[in-house]
Design a protein around this ligand. Structure first.
Ligand code: ADP
Ligand code: MG
Length: 260
């Protein structure tokens, strides 16, 4: 079945405060959607709420993947259903190697008895790491421990490439990357584009979208999408910032808050 991912009227709160205030998005297999927005508008909160992070309480709306109710699924079930999040700030897990983590994650998505063989896993992982220009030694290092910002981002993309999700959400995958690393990461994403997979690319900067061409660009402010368009919208944001949208919509300047 072709991938169809729909978020309708989503509201989500963290520590009793509503951050996502009525978010709508529809994505189909093959599409790349970019969500751009100022700091503190709820982009990472949206990503966490979609993945089922326990801290983020969904208070209204629906999320469906191919008609299945995502909000009723546990975090594990969401991953198994094909949702994937490359986190803005990936966690470090001491004592678990990158390779062990990846293999467990792959096998957790498979039926018992259908686990990936060790040989096949290693072959795949080595090929993907090569594609991402990662040092093979990273397979045996503890997950993200002591990785630089750029290395963590590559590692998130490695996970995505190995897990082959239906819906890939990439949260600020470009932050902290120099131009060469950006090209490598974008190349990894582009190699994964396919008819049954869709991407939600959360980014601050238009720069990434020069390398990963989006079909749709959405502007998020105050917890919801306030404007949608094509790639030209991202270019205008790069040139003119967000003020013209605030003026157009009569949005007051948001109080300064720290990005999460
Ligand atoms: P963005 O990713 O767009 O920069 P975030 O989703 O990280 O924005 O944050 C949106 C708002 O939600 C901010 O005001 C932030 O402080 C708040 N927030 C997000 N996560 C938490 C949390 N775990 N605890 C408290 N406040 C949070
Ligand atoms: Mg964020």
């Amino acid at each position: 079945m072709a991938t169809h991912f729909v978020i309708r009227g989503l509201k989500a709160a963290v520590e009793g405060k509503e951050i996502i205030t009525g978010f709508d998005l529809e994505m189909k297999g093959g599409e790349v959607h970019a969500v751009m927005g100022p700091n503190g508008t709820g982009k990472s909160t949206l990503a966490s709420a979609v993945m089922g992070h326990p801290k983020y309480e969904v208070t209204a709306g629906s999320i469906t993947l191919n008609g299945e109710n995502v909000l009723e699924m546990s975090v594990d079930e969401r991953a198994r259903a094909g949702l994937f999040l490359a986190m803005q700030y990936p966690s470090e897990i001491s004592g678990v190697t990158n390779a062990d983590f990846l293999r467990s994650a792959i096998n957790a998505r498979r039926e018992e008895g259908q686990e990936i063989s060790l040989i096949r896993f290693i072959r795949q992982m080595e090929a993907k790491m090569k594609e991402l220009e990662m040092d093979p030694a990273f397979a045996h290092r503890y997950l993200n421990e002591g990785f630089s910002g750029g290395e963590k981002k590559r590692n998130e993309i490695l996970q995505m490439m190995m897990l082959e999700p239906k819906v890939a959400i990439l949260d600020e995958i470009d932050s902290g990357l120099d131009i060469d690393a950006l090209k490598v990461v974008a190349g990894g994403v582009n190699s994964m584009r396919s008819e049954d997979r869709c991407f939600l690319i959360i980014t601050h900067y238009q720069r990434l979208l020069n390398y990963i061409a989006p079909d749709f660009v959405h502007v998020m402010m105050q917890g919801r999408i306030v404007k949608s368009g094509g790639p030209e919208l991202a270019e205008r944001l790069e040139r003119e910032g967000y003020d013209w949208i605030k003026e157009e919509l009569g949005i007051e300047d948001e109080k300064v808050s720290q990005p999460m």
